[in-house]
Design a protein around this ligand. Structure first.
Ligand code: ARG
Ligand code: ASP
Length: 672
């Protein structure tokens, strides 16, 4: 089974030659792509990227917290990631008196570095194809339930065995290609990770949510941490006696810079993509789910923004929540637009028609398309009900908090402002009432609304001076119970069938491509595992008669600078440095480079990823994508899909000139 698939994937991938830069590749199989990479300028070997026996670039890449990437840039465990990845930590050390979000933070000595309970940094020890072991005991034709059971049991045994091999290991088995293949990932997890430095938000989050997901961009989106270890250089819980971790490998920094056309590579942990979806799923996302979810988040954002503008303390409390609500809200808009512009739904439908024709007389593929249609139609309504359950009913902070047993109360109240939550409740519960068909509404919701008469009156009873926790818990319990008892089982069972179809459809698409001598490239969807993407520095045209060049500079920061607008109000010191042209060694053509775009295929989770040059040196830190290309999670368009990276020289400039933290530059190896 495994051998057949392996050979199959190999043939498909190896036959493609030079082409556009779509794809997120498995480091351990990068040998399959290395010729193409080298043809595009890469100077190293597959073994340099990933090696089981020797140290390789992978040893300097880490999974940062749950959802970001980071990389090690000194022999003393210094780590760089995005400002928005360290945002929660920076915020948690902040108060109105010490506002590190607003003013930035720089540890001038090791003693000043700040510990972050709960934050982890994970190094990948190795990854391995375990398909055969995961499917041991499974026979073709067994029911899907049985397969799931076998996979879970075998995976658990594999993981348990793997963590026994060493200290502080975490192991996880993940499916690729909808379960056509399985990989084991074994990590070493460090828990003593300290905050070293962060620029003020007016640099690290410059442009805020207005510039988010956009090019041209001028955000200095980085923060610095340090990994600490016990005396034996192994992971250890936080202790004053811990020492900076000595990594197997760290990245040298390339301060020579990049120009258009240069090779770049992104090495990180992309979270989730869905490149092989059936047309109806894309249609649901673009035409229904995204518009509804966007509207619901607009309600929340308007309320948050209004209150945050009034009060500095509220701004701090809601800074992180607001950024995350806004982030997906804006992405969904770009994504839907991109899907329509590319005619992705129609293109998929065309493909499905051809596929169906080709599949005639091939029993395993013959009915796939019809079956997909039927299953997606069966869950369309309920999918929207699910979206409203999470984006409306459960999105009220108090209700979610009470419903989940008031865990983390101290933290919850630290960042809670009831007037915001109350208005959100009113807006969201009204939207649910209006947009969800009566027959799907939770009976409890209907009863309560009837009892109170209006959502406003209901809100008065819930958000009393001391909020009514019992009522909040009841709302959560009752509406979720209704959903979980009546709709979740249907969604689950249909989704199981859909997954099973995709497993076959995945093979079918590959086989079709081969049979028709197609040029489609196949790579497993992102699933928060380590991947390599590569491409080149390149501009793009976002719309008719507009062309964006690929590099931004400090002059652009100054152009956008505006003391009146919170997100564009840069520190006076940066203005002064610019006025005096005091750029030191970081000057390039009379300015300092800030960010650049390239054709690397990335997604959420790639934030903080090292962006490497042809020699494997660090030239940037990935932090975003351009708005016109955000549909790349579903369909990639080489014309407009670009990742956005911080030019590492801007980080060096800020550390040097703004923070006067030369000691940090001294521990890096900077290539000039
Ligand atoms: N869009 C980027 C990503 O998805 C940055 C998000 C953080 N910044 C923000 N303004 N919300 O992570
Ligand atoms: N900003 C994203 C992240 O945090 C990256 C992206 O979606 O392109 O991972």
């Amino acid at each position: 089974m495994k051998k057949i698939l392996f050979l199959f994937v190999f043939l498909v991938v190896a036959g493609t030659g030079l082409r556009a830069d779509e794809g997120m590749w498995l480091p351990s199989e990068i040998i399959l792509k290395i010729k193409d990479m080298q043809a595009k300028g890469f100077k190293l070997t597959a073994e340099d990227i990933y090696s089981i026996n020797n140290s390789s670039l992978k040893d300097a890449v880490v999974h940062f917290g749950g959802g970001c990437t980071g990389e090690i840039i000194s022999n003393e465990g210094l780590l760089i990631t995005n400002h928005h990845c360290g945002f929660g930590q920076i915020q948690s050390h902040s108060s109105v008196e010490h506002d590190y979000l607003r003013d930035g933070f720089w540890a001038m000595t090791r003693e000043q570095e700040l510990p972050n309970p709960g934050l982890t940094v994970s190094f990948l020890e190795y990854m391995k194809d375990v398909t055969e072991d995961v499917l041991k005991g499974y026979k073709a034709g067994m029911p899907e339930e049985k397969r799931i059971e076998i996979v879970a049991k075998n995976s658990k045994a594999i993981e348990e065995k793997a963590v026994k091999e060493g200290k502080s290991l975490r192991a996880t088995v993940k499916p690729l290609y909808y379960g056509n293949q399985y990989y084991l990932y074994v990590f070493k997890v460090f828990t003593d990770v300290r905050l070293v430095g962060a620029p003020p938000s007016s640099i690290g989050k410059f442009g805020g949510d207005t510039d988010n997901w956009m090019w041209p961009r001028h955000t200095g989106d980085f923060s610095l941490f340090r990994v600490y270890a016990g005396a034996d250089n192994e992971p250890a819980p936080y202790s004053e006696d811990n020492v900076p971790y000595k990594p197997k490998r760290f990245f040298k920094v390339n301060a020579k810079g990049i120009s258009e056309g240069d090779f770049t590579m992104v090495y990180g942990f992309p979270g989730r993509t869905n490149e092989y979806l059936f047309s109806d799923a894309v249609k649901y996302t673009a035409e229904k789910s995204n518009p509804h979810k966007i509207a619901l988040r607009t309600l929340r954002l308007d309320i948050q923004n209004r209150e945050m503008a009034k009060d500095q303390a509220v701004r701090i409390k809601y800074a992180s929540k607001n950024a995350s609500v806004s982030n997906a809200w804006k992405k969904w808009q770009g994504e839907a637009k991109g899907i329509f512009k590319m005619r992705a739904i129609e293109n998929k439908q065309d493909f499905e028609a051809k596929f169906t024709k080709w599949a005639e007389g091939k029993p395993q593929y013959e009915n796939l398309v019809a079956k997909f249609k039927e299953l997606y139609a069966a869950i369309e309504d309920l999918s929207l009900v699910r979206d409203y359950q999470s984006e409306a009913l459960n999105a009220v902070e108090l209700i979610a908090f009470a419903g989940r047993g008031q865990r983390g109360a101290e933290r919850f109240y630290k960042d809670y402002y009831m007037p915001i939550d109350k208005d959100c409740f009113i807006a969201l519960y009204k939207a649910y009432d209006k947009n969800i068909d009566d027959k799907y509404k939770a009976p409890y919701f209907k009863e309560q609304l009837q009892k109170f008469g209006t959502v406003e009156a209901w809100a008065e009873a819930l958000f009393t001076e001391k909020p009514n926790m019992e009522m909040a818990a009841e709302i959560f319990r009752e509406t979720n119970r209704h959903f979980n008892e009546n709709y979740a089982p249907i969604l689950d069972s249909v989704n199981k069938e859909i997954t099973l179809l995709y497993r076959t459809y995945m093979m079918g698409q590959m086989e079709y491509n081969k049979a028709t001598r197609g040029t489609k490239v196949f790579y497993p969807d992102a699933n928060s595992t380590l991947r390599v993407a590569y491409g080149q520095v390149k501009g793009y045209s976002p719309s008719d008669a507009v062309y964006f060049t690929p590099v931004s500079s400090l002059d652009g920061v100054i152009e956008k600078d505006n003391p009146e607008i919170y997100d564009y109000n840069i520190p006076q010191k940066l203005r002064d440095l610019h006025a005096a042209k005091d750029y030191g060694q970081w000057e390039v053509n009379g300015s300092v480079p800030v960010a650049f775009i390239a054709t690397n295929h990335t997604t959420g989770g790639n934030s903080g990823s090292p962006v490497l040059d042809a020699e494997g040196n660090l030239i940037g830190v990935n932090f975003d994508r351009v708005w016109e290309g955000t549909m790349s999670d579903v369909v990639y368009d080489p014309e407009v899909c670009r990742n956005i990276s911080l030019d590492i020289r801007f980080a060096l400039f800020v550390i040097d000139k703004l923070a006067d933290a030369d000691h940090l530059l001294e521990e890096m190896v900077i290539v000039k």
